[in-house]
Design a protein around this ligand. Structure first.
Ligand code: GLN
Length: 537
């Protein structure tokens, strides 16, 4: 038995209150006080993972080193904590049920009726404790997705109740995040929704230890006292969380409110050392006081929902801070890019990023954007599908391979410059079957990517089925697009560049997943640097 402590974060009143950011901010403060911390997200939906969800439904699908397709909150956890997460950090109801049903079929419950309580709740408790049982963490923070009162989150709340009972006082605590709305007509902050949501939690046998209250206005002492009295917590355990200018302010705001100290005191852990926020604050200082400004175009087909590209826009922020540069993103829908609209839509951009994606919707617009960037010497960054589009564009317009395409978009294309990997050809299941997670890549010196990474061997995360078709490699390289990064084992092309262009880089992997506040991704850093140079021309 180890001494890992468990903090649960539940949400009440409405969704989208930012449980993930509160959990990540608390974790950051605890980490900078010297504790080892990780964060886990439990999602109450029935998909095994969000990999099969449309980005419009759920925002970006975030991928970990071990190839798990996960909730975008895991991206926040990594960006804040600067440590990798894994499959164990994201569990869905689908996954819980799948493992219970698998066990039932194997006869592990032979003779018993398999039920939500105890079988599903036991599996949830087991999943929560997997991270703690590694012995790597002093504190595991578990965020329960959804809102208290949802039918589908009930088994999770029950599992929390049981774990609190089993692990005993000072080993667990519950933070309940709620909304304290401001009624303009009455000129007042209202506590009733919070009272109701706490009641709902208590009906399930769980009392919150700490309330974090989102609010657009300062919560007065009187209101804190009222919330404390009616929700059965101490006044100092009511923490206000005011709207922040940036999510990266939230750790400092929580420090000011004393959230981390209250948590440590309740867990009976020392809280004398103050968190070392110097590096974080140095990032913030540069992020908030930029000396320069660039505008980059993000070309994608899910641009209506910015969360679909969360890791990319956060990576811009990290890289921008490195150069003390504000990165303004111009969101451009790939379907709106036609030869006649391109000059106007892309005019004035200092950099163009063509985003990842699936399917043929909008791809001609992406190809046209690559051509514009290439011909006008605008820094270009293609990620996954964006890299594939760059290869197609080069094949069509420089090599003259008319109709060149990816077999994902056109099965019978005369020039399948992007095609399905051999091992993908017989796969019919959609979930978790792509090339996923961390793969090595060997880099050629004398390349833009070597300048960025300053290393000849890197490892990056993948999420795709189609690949650069090596049968075209010789021709494409002879025409001036060079494969500067290749998987050392399989020979698959990971990176293409056009050396005659100021900065033209396409990567088959997803660098955005590995950019963090303390380690901005080198390719984003150099892309923004190139955009900055372009802006000065
Ligand atoms: N659709 C492409 C593939 O499967 C690219 C995937 C992506 O951009 N993540 O290979």
């Amino acid at each position: 038995m180890n001494n890992t402590k468990y903090v649960f974060v539940t949400g009440g009143v409405t969704s989208s209150l930012g449980k993930g950011i509160i959990a990540a901010s608390l974790a950051k403060l605890l980490q900078e006080r010297g504790y080892s911390v990780t964060i886990q997200k439990l999602d109450p939906y029935i998909n095994i993972d969000p990999g099969t969800l449309n980005p419009y439904e759920h925002g970006e699908c975030y991928v970990t080193d071990d190839g798990a397709e996960t909730d975008l909150d895991l991206g926040h956890y990594e960006r804040f904590l600067n440590i990798p997460t894994s499959q164990a950090n994201n569990v869905t109801t689908g996954r819980i049920y799948q493992s219970v049903i698998d066990k039932e079929r194997k006869g592990e419950f032979l003779g018993k009726t398999v039920q939500v309580i105890p079988h599903i709740t036991d599996e949830i408790k087991h999943r929560i404790q997997i991270l703690g049982n590694t012995g790597d963490y002093d504190i595991v923070i578990t965020e329960i997705g959804g809102t208290v009162g949802d039918i589908e989150s009930l088994p999770y709340i029950e599992a929390v109740r049981q774990l609190e009972w089993e692990l005993g006082e000072h080993n667990t605590l519950v933070i309940h995040l709620t909304l304290v709305p401001y009624l303009a007509a009455a000129g007042e902050l209202k506590t009733k929704p919070t009272q109701h949501s706490v009641k709902m939690l208590m009906q399930s046998g769980v009392s919150p230890d700490i309330l974090v209250c989102r609010s657009e206005h300062e919560i007065s002492d009187d209101i804190k006292r009222k919330l404390a009295l009616f929700c059965n917590v101490k006044k100092q355990d009511v923490i206000q969380s005011l709207d922040a200018e940036t999510i990266y302010d939230v750790p400092n705001l929580m420090l000011k409110e004393g959230l981390d100290k209250v948590v440590l005191d309740k867990l009976k852990l020392p809280s004398d050392a103050l968190p070392h926020m110097e590096k974080w604050n140095n990032f913030l200082q540069k992020h908030k006081n930029p000396k320069n400004c660039v505008e980059v175009g993000l070309i994608g087909k899910y641009v209506e929902l910015h969360d679909s590209y969360k890791s990319i826009t956060e990576a811009f922020i990290h890289a921008g801070s490195t150069h003390e540069t504000k990165v303004n993103v111009r969101w451009i829908h790939s379907e709106e890019l036609q030869p006649e609209t391109i000059p106007e839509k892309l005019k004035g951009l200092n950099g163009i990023l063509v985003a990842p994606g699936f399917g043929d919707r909008g791809i001609e617009g992406k190809i046209a954007a690559v051509q514009y960037a290439r011909e006008n010497n605008i820094p270009f960054f293609g990620i996954c599908l964006g890299m594939q589009m760059a290869v197609i564009e080069y094949s069509r317009n420089v090599l003259g391979l008319a109709g060149a395409n990816s077999t994902e978009m056109k099965k019978g294309t005369p020039h399948p410059v992007i095609s399905l990997m051999e091992e993908q050809k017989d796969i019919t299941n959609k979930g978790g079957t792509m090339r996923l997670g961390a793969w090595d890549c060997e880099i050629k010196e004398n390349s833009k990517v070597f300048d960025a990474y300053n290393s000849t061997m890197i490892s990056e995360r993948h999420r795709h089925r189609y690949e650069f078709n090596n049968e075209y490699k010789e021709q494409i390289e002879a025409a001036g697009m060079i494969a500067t990064g290749v998987n050392p084992k399989t020979g698959l092309v990971e990176i293409v560049e056009v050396p005659s262009h100021p900065w033209f880089v396409g990567v088959q992997y997803h660098p955005e997943y590995k950019s963090t506040v303390l380690n901005p991704h080198p390719l984003f850093v150099n892309f923004i640097k190139a955009a900055l140079e372009q802006s000065k021309k």
